[in-house]
Structures are given as structure tokens and as C-alpha cells.
Design a protein around this ligand. Structure first.
Ligand SMILES: Nc1ncnc2c1ncn2[C@@H]1O[C@H](COP(=O)(O)OP(=O)(O)OP(=O)(O)O)[C@@H](O)[C@H]1O
Length: 221
């Protein structure tokens, strides 16, 4: 599903955020990316989502070379990826429905399809009763579940999550992890960056450890 070859990213001349990274993630895998602060976790995810361009190296997603795509093809590829960040990135001026419907509208789905799918995914995250609310009327944990619903509404090939539980209490963290596990069980490949060892211990899966931009460990339980 994901193949990365000799990936390098330098934001500045003489320092690299990601160095000589080569790795493969199979379809349907659940993979943690961990490592100390500044190890390059977010940079790797941004490269996979094409939010940053590599300085060197190749990234293939579903057999397609991201590094050789033009803007239009990247936009098409992104429509098949779900992304969740620590700070939710919801649009506060839009309702829960509008936030979650957004990726489907970009895909040009019909109105009734959008409504059905949004309701279905909100039910999955247990927030269908908040469909008419606005993000700022929700708790942090609820906002994060909406952000996850927005990522999952397209049944993504890959779910990319950067510290998605960073701001959540233990109960909300557990709920969010259950949502990721559920998506993974339905076939979505999951890449989750976290420095929270507790999560990794409680939900053991393959762990890639980065340090100073390099892959220093690749452990499968
Ligand atoms: N936009 C940027 N411009 C310049 N340097 C950057 C930029 N983004 C990240 N870096 C640098 O790249 C390195 C890796 O950062 P990155 O955010 O990928 O690490 P991380 O493992 O996600 O860290 P954290 O756990 O603290 O979020 C760091 O040294 C950081 O300072």
C-alpha cells in the first residue's frame, strides 16, 4: 500500500528532518510512528499526505508514485486519504454536518448520498445527535471524533493521524483508539504518530521508531 524509498526531507540547508527512510506498509496494516520530539514523525506524515515535498527519494501509495504527480493528480490521491491532526482542524463557521460532508462534496457525491453517509459515520462515532451543532459547541473529545468522522466518511485507503489523542483524556483516548481499530478492521490502512507509550502498550501493533529523522526500529508484536 505504501512504499517509501530513500526518503529525505530538509527544511533547511544543513539539517534533515527525515533521512534515508525506506519502509513498506502493507494494505490493512496498523502502524504506529513514534520517537522523541523532533524525530521527524510529523514530517513523514506530511510527506505521505503530500503536504510537503521530499528533498530526495520516492513515495508510492497504492502503486502510484506521489513524487512524480502533478498538482491535479495529488489532489485526486488526497481524496482517498483520511487525515486527522491533534488540533482537529475543523471549520468553526460550519456545522458538524457541513464539516463531515465536505470531503464527499469534493468527490461530487449526490446530496442524498452525502446525507446518508454523513449520518452513518456520525453514528459510528456516537455523535449523530450533534449533527446540527457547531464545532465550538462541542467538547474537545467530541471535536476530535468529528474530525475522525470527517476522515472516515470517504472510507479512506489510508488513515493518517498525527498525535490524534494528544489533547484528550484517557476515556476519550480509548474511544478514539476504538474508532481507529474499527476503521482498520474494515480495511483501512492506519498510520498513527504518537509519543504515548501507554497507547502502544494497550493497543499493540507494528511500531516504527524514528530518531533524528532515521528509522531506528521496526517492531511487530
Ligand atoms: N516547517 C518547518 N521548517 C523548518 N524546520 C522544520 C519544519 N517542520 C519541522 N521542522 C524541523 O524538522 C524536525 C522534525 O520535526 P517534526 O515536526 O517532523 O518532528 P516530530 O517527531 O513530529 O516532533 P514532535 O513529536 O515534537 O511533534 C525538527 O528538527 C523540526 O524543528
Amino acid at each position: 500500500m505504501i512504499q517509501v524509498y530513500n526518503l529525505n526531507k530538509s527544511y533547511q540547508k544543513d539539517s534533515s528532518a527525515v533521512r534515508d527512510l525506506t519502509l513498506k506498509v502493507a494494505k490493512g496494516e496498523f502502524v504506529y510512528i513514534t520517537g522523541p520530539s523532533g524525530a521527524g514523525k510529523s514530517t513523514l506524515l506530511k510527506l505521505l499526505f503530500a503536504a510537503e515535498k521530499p528533498s530526495r527519494g520516492q513515495i508510492l501509495i497504492n502503486g502510484q508514485n506521489l513524487t512524480r504527480m502533478n498538482g491535479k493528480k495529488i489532489a485526486l490521491m488526497r481524496r482517498r486519504l483520511g487525515v486527522v491532526f491533534q488540533d482537529f482542524k475543523l471549520i468553526n463557521s460550519r456545522s458538524v454536518f457541513e464539516n463531515v460532508a465536505f470531503p464527499l462534496e469534493i468527490q461530487g457525491k449526490k446530496r442524498y448520498e452525502v446525507s446518508n453517509k454523513v449520518y452513518q459515520v456520525l453514528k459510528l462515532v456516537g455523535l449523530e445527535h450533534k449533527i446540527k451543532r457547531y464545532p465550538l459547541e462541542l467538547s474537545g473529545g467530541e471535536q476530535q471524533r468529528i474530525a475522525i468522522a470527517r476522515a472516515l466518511v470517504i472510507d479512506p485507503l489510508v488513515l493518517i493521524a498525527d498525535e490524534p489523542t494528544g489533547n484528550l483524556d484517557p476515556d476519550n483516548t480509548r474511544e478514539v483508539m476504538e474508532l481507529f481499530k474499527g476503521a482498520n478492521a474494515r480495511g483501512t490502512t492506519v498510520l498513527l504518530a504518537t509519543h504515548d507509550r501507554d497507547i502502544i502498550r494497550r493497543f499493540p501493533r507494528r511500531v516504527l521508531t524514528l530518531d533524528q529523522g532515521r528509522l531506528v526500529r521496526d517492531l511487530t508484536p
